[in-house]
Design a protein around this ligand. Structure first.
Ligand SMILES: [Zn+2]
Length: 313
């Protein structure tokens, strides 16, 4: 049996784990809901439970983790905005103790997604690539020269806090008019509800029911995706000019909207990215879907050093 990477993807709603072979193929995968507990150890127990379930008796050749930010990197002390129980939680150290004799590498979940798409998806073969995750928040991971750009604190690529409307809504970060304040899933749903959209009696007003309404032709639901897509297109136009990007992949729950979101993204991008070098950038959905983060987390430990820039283990 060939050893496989143990990949873990930790978000505010679920913790997923998988065994991934060196070619990026998922051998076994499982997930649990992220506990809402205020107890850091309860959340960590969910992580080890699902990780132990997938590795079972299979030999492992390292542990790669994508986790919501912000974090101290490369130390892997994490403070995910949407997991309040973890503040400066020593995730990397705790996993090292749980899986002894293995390297453990932790990165931002959006960076993991970008790595996955660069290694095996939309970004394959590109030199300059941005992966964007649009879900509860809007995250980004940046690859330049074929390697992740993390920045000195590990937080480069936060495209969600590029300002797309200087007089726009307040963002959780304290600024105004950030991409995330407009295009994060809950903000898209809130905008639709404020504009008069109502979820059917048997469902909650969330991204899923809003998408169903937009697919059925509801004009307010469609306008909500238009607005989010336009904001994304504007931010991505700025990113393309700044970084001379070859390609951008959009993933996360909201990307399930497909062309309802990507259509307005491309339309606005084309309006904004007028210089030839920026206009050539391809924009597509993340082809690995929601598994991109797991595949990228695995690549942190199976890629022979291309994707891990955090130094000695
Ligand atoms: Zn912000």
């Amino acid at each position: 049996m060939q050893p496989a990477a143990l990949a873990i993807d930790i978000g505010g709603t679920k913790v997923a784990a998988a065994l991934v072979d060196k070619d990026g193929r998922i051998i076994r995968r499982d997930e649990v809901a992220t506990p809402a507990s205020p107890d850091a150890d309860v959340v960590f127990a969910a992580v080890t439970t699902v990780a132990d379930r997938v590795r079972a008796d299979h030999p492992v050749c390292g542990v790669g983790v994508g986790c919501g930010g912000p974090m101290q990197w490369p130390e892997g002390n994490v403070s995910p905005l949407n997991i309040p129980a973890w503040r400066h939680f020593p995730l990397r150290d705790r996993l090292r103790r749980h899986v002894p004799d293995q390297i453990v590498r932790v990165t931002n979940d959006a960076v993991a997604m970008a790595i996955g798409e660069h290694a095996h998806g939309t970004g394959q073969g590109t030199e300059s690539f941005l992966g964007v995750v649009v879900s509860t928040g809007v995250g980004g991971g940046l690859i330049v020269g074929g390697r992740p750009v993390t920045g000195p604190t590990g937080n480069a690529g936060h495209v969600g806090h590029v300002v797309v409307d200087p007089i726009g809504p307040r963002c959780e970060c304290g600024a105004r008019g950030c991409l995330e304040a407009i295009a994060r899933g809950p903000a898209v749903v809130r905008w639709a509800v404020d504009a008069g959209w109502r979820a059917p009696a048997d469902s909650r007003p969330d991204g899923r029911s809003l998408l169903e309404a937009a697919r059925a032709g509801d004009p307010v639901a469609t306008a909500a995706f238009d607005r989010a897509g336009s904001a994304l297109g504007a931010a991505l136009g700025a990113a393309a000019h700044l970084l001379d990007l070859d390609a951008i992949a959009i993933g996360g729950g909201l990307a399930n909207a497909g062309d309802l979101l990507l259509g307005p993204v491309r339309h606005e991008f084309e309006r904004r990215a007028r210089l030839d070098f920026a206009a050539r950038c391809r924009i597509g959905a993340a082809v690995l879907g929601t598994d991109a983060g797991l595949v990228g987390a695995a690549a942190l430990v199976t890629d022979g050093g291309q994707y891990w820039t955090g130094g000695a283990d």
